[in-house]
Write a protein that binds this ligand. Structure first.
Ligand code: PLP
Length: 491
């Protein structure tokens, strides 16, 4: 049998194509300029062709990104603290830091060598990507990965995996999943059935969900491991008409290490560890949805790394853990997501039982390998911890200088929530003032501003976020005639 060594040949072909790409991009760049069109025209055009589900978006039209900033079609420059709902670990291409450009280059090189293939056959690009995911998450050699594209798709996969594991491993025929009140895991019809009662009632009123799927869901308060234990102890009446303990029908517990969409709720220290312990004791899975919290956002590679011992120290815990990644896994360039679990669990996803045409495609793999390498080696995760701490402290101090404005400042790393006191203003009013002062943030659950800048943000930019925030607070106060105690000059 002949083994072809195509590496050098592929590189030479890619080198030639890189030159062709640079040439071909110039007319493409010329074609993409939107000069002369106003934001209002473009928004009206979008409304004419799109479903109305994002009609509430901030009414600016982004033209190009520049590091931590976005510039709109009218030339306004904003410090972007939304980062595509935490999808861009390194901001946009541009700025002083070259990480985003490195990811872009890795994707472009891949694009002109081998683009999307599906998994109908094998590629060289997938193993290093999935291997890197196992390494950075802490699963190591025991980990197995199922890649996909969207966050919700990966949550669906994790639920299927957990149900199949419960059936094969524990013989549960009709399994249920436990979720936390106030959760957010995405928007497919099954995931909508996981929502807390209020959201679920809304979904049902509109007609998105059906009660038959809800029959497989139990809820516990967030942040309370004892409540989970009690729920497992509780009895229900089975199909045989007899009482059984909930633990006999529970496949697993799906939970966010920090509840992001709800408004950045950080559980008490110890909660994540207790969940992992409980899952191992009760022989259920705990699925940590790290789609928003993962890959450095909270100042550790995963939020669970703040509490969990390594797999080497406690393999028993890790056998009952699954992790879901999304958002930042594509480096801010391509949609990419994944479920990671121990081999013994993941083997239930039998050959042919599941698939995702674009999951783990060569572009996602190239983006993922470079992103994970940069995160692991270039200090971005530590930067998120250090500057996240500074930013949160700065906001807390601002709250003290302007009493009655913030109800709470919460978060970890660069995932920060600022809850606005409704007696001062609606969060939307402050958000509008932030926009006018050149800062993009997003209101979640009507009362909390989510501040999530890129992980490579600089000290100077953190200072700028705080300054713009303060200007916005003063603007709203002025409009409302609110006066604050005289400011004491600080050293
Ligand atoms: C914790 C969590 N899970 C799942 C999702 C859904 O991800 P996607 O929008 O990519 O489907 C999100 C999105 O914000 C999320 O924050």
């Amino acid at each position: 049998m002949t083994t072809f060594q195509t590496g050098a040949e592929a590189r030479e072909i890619a080198r030639q194509r890189a030159q062709q790409l640079a040439q071909a991009m110039l007319p493409a760049i010329e074609a993409m300029m939107t000069e002369g069109r106003t934001a209002a025209e473009i928004i009206a055009e979008e409304r004419g062709v799109s479903a109305p589900n994002y009609a509430h978006a901030t009414p600016i039209v982004a033209a190009y990104g520049d590091g931590a900033y976005v510039v709109d079609v009218e030339g306004n420059r904003y410090l972007d603290c939304i980062t595509g709902y935490s999808t861009r670990p390194f901001g946009f291409v541009g700025g002083e830091d070259g990480a985003a450009m490195e990811v872009a280059a890795a994707i472009a090189a891949q694009m002109i060598t081998l683009s999307i293939t599906s998994r109908a056959y094998f590629t060289e690009t997938l193993p290093p990507f999935l291997g890197a995911i196992c390494d950075v998450t802490g699963f190591g050699a025991a980990g197995r990965v199922l890649p996909s594209s969207g966050g919700a798709e990966a949550v669906e996969t994790a639920i299927q995996m957990t149900f199949a594991w419960a059936k094969q491993h524990k013989g549960i025929e009709d399994p249920v999943i436990i979720v936390a009140d106030g959760n957010f895991h995405g928007r497919t019809s099954r995931i909508k059935t996981l929502a807390g009662q209020e959201d679920y009632d809304d979904y049902k009123r509109i007609g998105y969900v059906h009660d038959d799927m809800r029959a497989h869901v139990l809820h516990v308060p967030y942040g309370d491991a004892e409540a989970l234990h009690e729920l497992l102890e509780q009895e229900y009446i089975g199909a045989d008409g007899k009482p059984h303990k909930n633990r006999d029908r529970v496949a697993g517990f799906l939970v966010e290490p920090i509840q992001g969409e709800r408004g950045i709720y950080v559980p008490d220290p110890g909660y994540l560890y207790q969940l992992a312990e409980l899952a191992a004791q009760e022989d259920i899975m705990v699925i940590f949805d790290e789609i928003q919290t993962g890959l450095g956002r909270t100042g550790k590679m995963l939020a669970i790394h703040h509490e969990l011992p390594s797999r080497e120290e406690r393999p028993d815990l890790w056998k009952h853990i699954a992790v879901i990644l999304g958002k930042g896994l594509g480096g801010g360039f391509v949609p990419s997501s994944a479920v990671i679990a121990d081999e013994e669990v993941m083997q239930v996803m039998e050959s042919g039982s599941h698939g995702s045409t674009n999951g783990g495609n060569p572009l996602a793999a190239a983006a993922g390998v470079k992103t994970l390498e940069l995160l692991a080696e270039n200090g971005y995760v530590e930067n998120a911890a250090r500057l996240g701490h500074k930013l949160k402290l700065g906001l807390e101090l601002m709250g003290e200088r302007y009493p009655g404005v913030f109800k709470d400042v919460r978060g970890k790393g660069l995932l920060i929530g600022v809850e606005i006191d409704p007696a001062f203003a609606a969060a939307d009013e402050l958000n509008d003032a932030l926009l006018k002062n050149g800062l993009l943030s997003k209101v979640t659950h009507g009362k909390t501003l989510r501040i999530a800048p890129p992980l490579n943000i600089t000290e100077k930019e953190v200072g700028e976020i705080l300054a713009r925030f303060e200007l916005a607070v003063m603007d709203v106060a002025r409009d409302k005639g609110v006066e604050f105690p005289p400011q004491i000059a600080r050293l």
